[in-house]
Write a protein that binds this ligand. Sequence first.
Ligand SMILES: *Cc1c(COP(=O)(O)O)cnc(C)c1O
Length: 232
Amino acid sequence: MPRIAENLKTVRARMAAAERKCGRIAGETRLLAVSKTFPAESIREAYAAGQREFGENYAQEAVSKVMNLVDLSDLVWHFIGPLQSNKTRQIAEHFHWVHSVDRLKIAQRLSEQRPSAMPPLNVCIQVNVSGEASKSGVSPAEVPALAAAVAALPHVVLRGLMCIPEPSDDAWVLAARFGLLADMRRQLQQGGLALDTLSMGMSDDLEHAIAAGATLVRVGSAIFGRRPPKAL
Ligand SMILES: *Cc1c(COP(=O)(O)O)cnc(C)c1O
C-alpha cells in the first residue's frame, strides 16, 4: 500500500479508537487532511485512498493546488491559516471553508467577496484558548459578539469554532483547552446559534480533542509526513 494510504488508514483507526473509548458514535468525527507544503500529487494519492477534505494554510500555494486539482470535482477545500486582508478574495473565490476567522473585518471581506454563483462560505471563529501562550485567535471574552456579527453576514455561514492549543504533553492541559472550546460552543448554541462544528485536534493530540467533542480533526504530518522547516 502506498505510504499516504497507509498513514490515512492508521489515522482513521486512531480516530475510531478514540470515538469508541469515549462512547461517541463511530464515524462522527470528520478528518481534514492538512496538505500544506506538500504537492498536488500527494493530494491525489490521498484522494485515491478515499480522502476528500483538505486543509491549506498559505493562500498562494493553496490556490495553485486548487487549480491543479479541478478534475477532482468533489474535493472540499478548507483554509486554516492566518488570513490577511489582501488574500481574502482568493480565499472567498476558491474555498468551501475558512477556519481561521479572528476579526469581523476579515469575515466582512469574505462575505462581500464570495461570488454570488457559489453557495455561502462556511466559516469558523478561531479562539485563543491558551491565553498568553498563544497569539492567534480571538480571546474567549470576545467570541459572543464576534459570533453574532459573523452570523449576520449574508454570504458566509458561521459553522462553529476552531482552536490550536499550545503544544503540550500534559493531558490535563489539553483537556482544559479543548474543553474550553466545547463550552464556548455550548454557550453560543444556548444563545440560539446553530453551530455544528468544533475544529480541534491535530496529529499529536487528536485523541484528546475527540474526547472533548471535536467534530473535525485537522491532521497533517501523520498523513503526509514531516514538513520541511518553513521557509521565510
Ligand atoms: C499545520 C496545521 C495542522 C496540522 O498539524 P500536524 O501537527 O501536522 O497534524 C492543523 N491545523 C492547523 C491550523 C495547521 O496550521
